[in-house]
Design a protein around this ligand. Sequence first.
Ligand SMILES: NC(=O)c1ccc[n+]([C@@H]2O[C@H](COP(=O)([O-])OP(=O)(O)OC[C@H]3O[C@@H](n4cnc5c(N)ncnc54)[C@H](OP(=O)(O)O)[C@@H]3O)[C@@H](O)[C@H]2O)c1
Length: 298
Amino acid sequence: MMDGKTVVVTGANSGIGRATASALASLGARVVVTGRDAARTESAAAAIRDETGNAEVHAAVFDLGDLASVREGAAGLLDRFDRIDVLVNNAGVVLTTRRETVDGFEATFATNHLGPFLLTALLLDRLRSSTPARIVNVASTAHRSARGGLDFTDLQATRSYAGMRAYGRSKLANILFTTELARRLKGSGVTANSLHPGTVATGFARDGDASGFLAFGIKVIRPFILTAEQGARTSIYLASSPEVEGVSGRYFVKNRARQPSAAARDTDAARRLWEVSETLTGLAGPDSSDSPDSSDSP
Ligand SMILES: NC(=O)c1ccc[n+]([C@@H]2O[C@H](COP(=O)([O-])OP(=O)(O)OC[C@H]3O[C@@H](n4cnc5c(N)ncnc54)[C@H](OP(=O)(O)O)[C@@H]3O)[C@@H](O)[C@H]2O)c1
């Protein structure tokens, strides 16, 4: 079903991303497993090769919370892979205490939005030349917690910080990014959709990043939640199913297009976020010769 397709899955050394990568490798795709840690990422790629019998599972190491690393990672992918049919932006974090990245950005916003934004922009020409191509952004129902929308006056949460609020806003950013990306890609043969995977028992927020109430909440609901394989289903569906060929700009839950929150349907906010993100990632402005898509049309 996916023979001849090359799929890049970020954050694929564990959890939903690993299950997504493994399933797509089973379907015959050449799969690139990306992660920030070389040993974890290479060992996941090797394990997926073993369990699927697909020798075309590769590792790529770069840190989505570091824009220079994202640029190096994107350049490496473009160098190694002549086509990219599907990009699954899956990696994500939730951080109870405010941290800043090497670029000086709040780490949740940087890792969950700015890194994937830059990666996508840098891979866009390759996706365009591999049409029909798909971009799949793993968002979350947590976007609904950001009722007032993004706070464009304090995107870096310098005035006040709460882990779940920053996470909810970053997941809202994933949906707004998808909306604007789909608009810009209209007619290009590249689609962009986002999704909520369900509540999934993964390593998410288990690595010391969650504490107190958040960790307690996760522990309490853990027995009732999905396996990583179940949580990967909508990502796999959007990456591979003929049913969604040509479908773009939608938000999916359990393989169905659903309406996201009112804040996530704000197309002005989506455009504004795109423009701000271009500036923050260095894609906009006089030095942006490597920007594949700084214009308003694809
Ligand atoms: N689990 C849920 O219930 C749930 C619900 C809704 C949405 N989601 C979304 O699903 C996605 C996958 O989450 P998951 O539950 O599978 O969590 P997970 O098991 O913690 O996986 C997250 C992946 O992202 C990678 N990652 C984190 N920071 C990174 C960085 N700076 N650079 C590169 N890779 C990085 C992690 O790598 P390391 O191993 O190096 O940390 C890991 O491979 C996330 O976008 C999350 O927001 C999850």
